[in-house]
Design a protein around this ligand. Structure first.
Ligand code: FE2
Ligand code: FE2
Length: 260
């Protein structure tokens, strides 16, 4: 892909001159952002890396650390801090609405917890294979069955089950086209999930997975505080800083614009 035709306004945007100047490392300098390839390649959005390399100088560096365009995260972030300060609004509403429906239906707490977490990967991380990424993000902190349900809800969304009244989602027909067929790995995982002893947990996630684009109720995340406390092992050091196998994934959400 060519670098030459990069929009000068975009270059200026990515230079991100801060006002007021931050304290600490990188203070007083423009801090440039290079968007991550996973959200850019294939879109036609040009790779600005070479252009921005040419802008480096005493007053211009690549961003490392807090981005003042994002809310400040606490030193020891909790799950709810990510809901409040990092996950995008559309996902927060989707997760809270889905969890509230499960709660109101009287489902057990582990399912409500799974509803609350099932799409967090879409919140500010990775969309592709979001169930698999989401399950990894939460695995050290939740019951194994909750992480399992989050992983397999992705495949089971494509699989109708008349015995529980689950139909292929109308929204998926609109999202992907009526002729879309899930790839082999998802069909394999559908088979695995439907024969598993935890099948109904992942199935319930798909049943209460609520896509409402109009008239979403505002659901206060704080009402899940007690359920989270009982079902999510919040690390004392904060998510991202507990040296767990997935801590780097939470740090990436804290500092999504770091150059490296
Ligand atoms: Fe999902
Ligand atoms: Fe969902």
């Amino acid at each position: 892909m060519t670098q030459e035709s990069l929009d000068p306004d975009l270059v200026e945007l990515l230079r991100l001159r801060q006002s007021p100047q931050p304290q600490g490392p990188q203070a007083g300098r423009a801090r440039m952002i290079v968007p991550a390839p996973v959200g850019r390649i294939g879109t036609g959005i040009l790779n600005c890396e070479v252009t921005l390399l040419g802008q480096l100088g005493p007053d211009t560096v690549f961003m490392m650390g807090d981005n003042p365009a994002l809310p400040q995260m606490p030193a020891r972030p909790t799950l709810l801090d990510f809901f409040k300060h990092r996950f995008e609004d559309i996902i927060v509403r989707h997760l809270l609405t889905s969890a509230k429906r499960a709660l109101d239906a009287g489902l057990e707490e582990k399912i409500v917890m799974a509803m609350l977490l099932h799409d967090i990967s879409n919140g500010c991380f990775v969309r592709c294979d979001h169930g698999y990424w989401g399950a990894q993000l939460i695995a050290p902190y939740v019951d194994e069955e909750v992480a399992w349900a989050v992983k397999y809800h992705q495949a089971l969304r494509y699989l109708p089950d008349a015995s529980v009244g689950y139909e292929y989602p109308e929204s998926y027909r609109r999202f992907f086209g009526a002729d879309y067929v899930p790839p082999e790995y998802l069909r394999r995982d559908m088979d695995h999930a439907r024969n598993h002893r935890w099948y109904m947990s992942a199935r319930l996630v798909t049943l209460y997975d609520t896509y409402l684009f109009d008239g979403w109720a505002d659901v206060d995340p704080e009402q899940f505080t007690d359920i989270i406390a009982r079902n999510f092992r919040q690390p004392a050091e904060g998510l991202g800083f507990d040296n767990s196998p997935v801590a780097h994934m939470w740090r990436t959400m804290i500092w999504p614009n770091n150059f490296l």
